[in-house]
Design a protein around this ligand. Structure first.
Ligand code: CP3
Length: 352
């Protein structure tokens, strides 16, 4: 599916990379956020033997887990198995997973911000770059590999809150109480993630995605001043990297007019915003990625097919749609429904 031989014998560009460049593709490509993870029995089997952090730090295990969903499903792209907090661990921040990240000493002072060192990927996270190379050499069907990082504000939210909280009071009040310190921390994170993403591309990642999973916490003014400014700084550091760039502002439907000004190829859209609205707001020079509700994987096969068709119809006939869920797949999902999802997307999109 990914790299069929054409009549001329020339390998056509994989559908994922074509769509990421807003070029026509033989079918709408699909991959699934968190496709490597706990809904897969083969992941749980490995995870029973190794803790999560060890799995992210061991290139053979990380590459194996990255490829598990590609063996089971005809997915059009792989995404590196890792975590958004992994590079911060490489910068010396002590983080546990339970299963979400817990920061031992939450960031609350200028001294902590000043002490955060820059990231030197080859020194601080060499295992990530090794994992990228292993996946590129072994991935089923030559599927393209997506490298990723956390958005600066999403990392900020975990660093400042430290542990789960309902309203994210610590992070949100820090922005208002210490705006300059917040900007300084966000700038440091933005530069570290630019270095991190560049290193992944140099190691072989064929697209780069920035997960701003907590964009939706912010009102438009704070989004502009803190999250968007820092994400733009990351992408500015990647302008000549040569691979498609994807920005995912989760729960960011009301922020898309600001996102339209970003220098990225594709914007990830959660399920709350119809893709037709997103495309209108973002304009013709951006692709869209998304946006089936992860809960839709609990519908009957007949209904799932209709939900897939609805997303394809919303995306419209113009090139530049990468099918995905609106956010990460749930742990309770039946893998058989993921197989159906992939088949429906390929079948319904190649008929048009
Ligand atoms: O297949 C993939 O998508 C690649 C792997 C991946 C993981 N985390 C593995 C993981 C990716 C891309 C991430 C990114 C990530 N991590 C994000 C951004 C994406 C998003 O969902 O918004 C965020 C916010 C995190 C932080 C994080 N890490 C959380 C909130 C959790 C708990 C998740 C949960 O489902 O409860 C983690 C742990 C984590 N990251 C797991 C996995 C497979 C579960 C760890 C385990 O096996 O126990």
């Amino acid at each position: 599916m990914v790299a069929e031989l054409s009549a001329s014998g020339v390998q056509p560009e994989p559908a994922f990379l074509a769509a990421a460049r807003r070029k026509p593709a033989a079918h709408t490509p699909i991959w699934v956020m968190r496709q490597a993870g706990r809904y897969l029995p083969e992941y749980r089997e490995l995870r029973a033997k190794h803790d999560f952090v060890s799995m992210t730090r061991n290139p053979e295990l990380a590459a194996e887990v990255t490829m598990q969903p590609l063996r089971r499903f005809e997915l059009d792209a792989a995404i590196l198995f890792s975590d958004i907090m992994t590079p911060l661990q490489g910068m010396g921040v002590q983080i546990d997973f339970a299963p979400g990240p817990i920061v031992a000493q939450p960031f609350r002072t200028d001294a902590q911000i000043d002490a955060l060192p820059p990231l030197v990927p080859a020194r601080d996270v060499p295992f990530v770059l090794e994992s990228v190379k292993l996946v590129r050499a072994n991935v089923p069907r030559g599927a393209p590999l997506i490298g990723f990082a956390g958005g600066p504000f999403t990392l900020f939210r975990y660093l400042v809150c430290g542990k789960p909280s309902k309203e994210f009071e610590a992070a949100r009040s820090f922005l208002f109480a210490h705006p300059e310190s917040s900007e300084r921390l966000l700038d440091k994170l933005a530069d570290a993630m630019a270095a991190y993403l560049r290193a992944q591309a140099e190691a072989g990642a064929q697209a780069l995605m920035l997960f701003e999973s907590w964009a939706g916490l912010l009102g438009p003014r704070e989004f502009q001043r803190f999250a968007l400014r820092a994400a733009k700084r990351t992408f500015a550091g990647l302008s000549n990297v040569g691979v498609p760039l994807i920005y995912y502002p989760n729960n960011g439907g009301s922020l898309l007019d600001q996102v339209a000004a970003m220098n990225v190829d594709v914007v990830g859209i959660d399920w709350r915003t119809p893709l037709s609205v997103a495309r209108r707001t973002l304009g013709p020079d951006k692709g869209v990625q998304g946006n089936l509700d992860p809960a839709a994987l609990f519908s009957s096969p007949e209904d799932l097919r209709k939900h897939v068709q609805a997303v394809l119809t919303e995306a419209g006939p113009a090139p530049g749609h990468i099918f995905n869920l609106g956010h990460g797949i749930w742990q309770q999902t039946n893998p058989d429904n993921v197989a159906r999802l992939v088949d429906y997307v390929h079948e319904l999109s190649s008929k048009r």
